[in-house]
Design a protein around this ligand. Sequence first.
Ligand code: NAP
Length: 259
Amino acid sequence: MDLGIKGKRALVCASSKGLGRGCAEQLAAAGVNLVMNARGAEALEETAQAIRDEYGVDVVTVAADITSEEGRARVLEAAGDVDILVTNAGGPPPGLWSDWGREDFLAALDSNMLTPIALMTAIMPKMIDKGWGRVVNITSQSVKAPIPQLGLSNAARTGLTGYVAGTSRQVAPFGVVVNNILPGIHATDRAIQLDGGVSQKEGISMEEAKARRAATIPARRYGTRQEFGATCAFLCSEHAGFIVGQNILCDGGGTNATI
Ligand code: NAP
């Protein structure tokens, strides 16, 4: 399917690896030029070059912490008036409700709620001026069904979801379409980190931890960055203009809910 976005420009945050990388790759496959970001310059440049080589699109890289004001300012300057924004950042650490104090919550809110809001606030006015824009926020299945050990993530991402629910309807009249994708378990470094935590806590091997988690997913496997990225590219396409303010689960059926 022609996604109808060849030649457009996208900012994909936190995209040297994992789900962000999957989104960057699938947008590039649709002919979209990219501004890519991550903190580590080496992996970022390596991924950017792989995308240039494979898809022939322009890729600008900005090594920066997207959750810091200084880093975000540099990314926004490089992004200019992009047509597509994909927000993403690392997820907060797991733990028990009694582990976390005010500083932990502020850090989680900064990363997974206030950073995407700041990015949308900076970029959407230019999309509104052009009468066209697409925003996809990478959140988590935890906004539909809580993951008890990810209390920081549950809290911050639910806040972002509430913001998007209202804001997406305020910008839709101007051709700007905002949606969230809710990943379930995907085969990325983040999944390895979470499996490592389970393996340590339960005294089992990494393979066993992974097999146990995969067994909880109806699809009986972890998702891939390619299939996640393809969902993102579709939501950024010409065809998705009537999908507004939605929360699209990509979780292999892991969230046991009717709607
Ligand atoms: P990942 O494989 O660990 O990749 C994270 C990417 O983001 C890397 O490119 C990393 O590069 C970059 N990054 C992290 N923090 C950053 C920051 N502050 N500024 C700029 N770049 C940053 O993670 P993932 O699995 O793709 O997860 C992406 C998001 O989805 C996370 O918020 C995660 O919690 C959420 N999620 C993931 C899953 C899953 O199963 N994978 C499930 C639900 C939710 P640098 O480290 O070099 O900055």
